[in-house]
Write a protein that binds this ligand. Sequence first.
Ligand code: GLU
Length: 418
Amino acid sequence: MQRLLSHPAYKMACDQFDAVADFLDMPVALRERTKLPKRMLTVSLPVKMDSGEVKVFLGHRVQHHLTLGPTKGGLRFHQDVELGEVAALAMWMSWKCALADLPYGGAKGGVQVNPRELSTAELERLTRRYTSEMVPFIGPQTDVMAPDMGTNEQVMAWMMDTYSHQIGHAVPSIVTGKPVSLGGSLGRKEATGRGVAFLINRVVDMLKMPGDCRVIVQGFGNVGSYAALALAKFGSRITGVSDVSGGVFNPKGIDLVALQEHIERKGVLADFKGGDHLSNEELLVQPCDVLVPAALDQVITEKNAGKIQCRILAEAANGPTTVAADAILRQRPEIFVIPDILCNSGGVIVSYFEWVQDLQSFFWSEQEIFDKLYRILGTTLDTVLREAKAKNIDHRTAALSLGIQKVVRAKQLRGLFP
Ligand code: GLU
């Protein structure tokens, strides 16, 4: 555990948990049992590169708790992936699933690789090797993976194929976020971003803000791009966007169609002509109505939390706000925080729908999926806000304490075996 604790993201997840446990007056015996990851697996992945050379990558999977059903969570391909970060992300998945009442524990996987540096064939060999190393550890009733940063539908299709070959028949329920033609769910690709947009629109209405909000989105991947498109469709003005190559800012509004065409051609946002170019750090502190961090964790820190200029902070990324930044935000009641485990939960909710559809081999219409998704998101938002008001606590503490208490109650009811 010491090795995990040396990672800032894991320390952050533990600090958040400890603060909530103190608030709930949780008995010490229950704390460790609820906080620590149940199972962790690290594997080395030898992969033949196109040059003929063999490179070894490191892969992890952390299953945080198995009290309520299989574990659920994405697989991340990123050059900085470490076990501690994966464990933190698994813990956040636990509270996220519990908050939305999904019958899952949290999990996360990661491979230390920059997927942009691999050819498609190399990426496929890496994915298949990771999946086959994971076969004893995962299963539709044990642990179900999904896309996360650096992975996508194609990666899920290779995983489903590799797993199915080992089992001897097609097992679509082993992953979610697959292509629809392989048993994926309609709406899954857009679900996280559209869920973020739905919650922002609800809060904009609640705060009686004008409909043509100025929105800055940090990160234009699967989540950020669909959130921006959905918000623009409902009348918001996207004034700032960024990706790994930097940010673009235009107070008049960015032409998202032109931006998407540019990214399709060039691979990144750099050199896009539709606005002024800023760094990711500069973009975060520009004036706007809604700020959407939709990339890495720990981007709102004690350095910039006092400087951000938004009315709504919608946390589309996992863990974007550090504990120190949170303390500053608590002194800034003018900022309405939609905490990550609520804000980005649309993805895992539709993953749950996909898993249910796969298990029953009966598929729903897109309308049904979004109706059900928005109903869950709306109810959960109301529950979190009611809890925050009743207990006079911030939105993150309310969301985390609701999620954590559900896991604790389940553990108490099941009891200890043997
Ligand atoms: N990777 C996404 C997340 O962090 C989705 C996980 C899933 O769908 O299982 O919530």
